[in-house]
Design a protein around this ligand. Sequence first.
Ligand code: PRP
Length: 211
Amino acid sequence: MITIALSKGRIFTETMPILKSAGIICTENPESSRKLVFKTNNKNIQLIIVRASDVPTYVECGGADLGIAGKDVLDEYQGVGIYHPLDLNIGRCKMMVACKKDFNYQNAIEGKNRLKVATKYTNAAGEFFAKKGIHIDLIKLYGSMELAPIVGLADIIVDLVSSGKTLEANNLIPVEQVSNITSRLIVNKASLKLNNNLLKPMIQNFTEAVN
Ligand code: PRP
């Protein structure tokens, strides 16, 4: 049995069409179900639904053979037992630095000011500001980062921006791009060796579905 780990969050609506193009059709709609394991049209393939940030853990630790996860999640996870063979080109967004409209980010950077940065993406943010030679105090949050500058918890945030509506609704502005984000197919390294006859054609199907 091949298990594919998916998450219901941001990228889910784009994930199902990709699976379908790769010939994998779920027998139920996971979005309207509380179940966590789903059969597919192929008796050798099942889907499991996990939190987005848990997808690499399931794949690296062998709870799943394949997974679909955002580059944002993978960069934070930094696992060694995972291959990233394919950019699925879905879930496209940007990781951005954002702040309140009246915060002079450019001045702060030029003056090498020490900055309080609230984010879920502490590795990405740490690396980004280290390269710029800016000292930061990281404040790890698990969601609703946009609140941090509003209530004075942080000077700036590092977060994903897609439509820009969340920033706008909270009177924040994007001031610098950290990276481009898309979702990747990930594969357990050991499973790829053991189940090569099943996984290789599946990866090939995903590649054709993307192209
Ligand atoms: C992400 C991100 C922003 C929002 C941006 O949150 O953290 O809050 O989407 O999208 P927009 O630019 O289209 O408004 P998500 O919904 O993934 O939930 P999270 O707070 O759990 O990260």
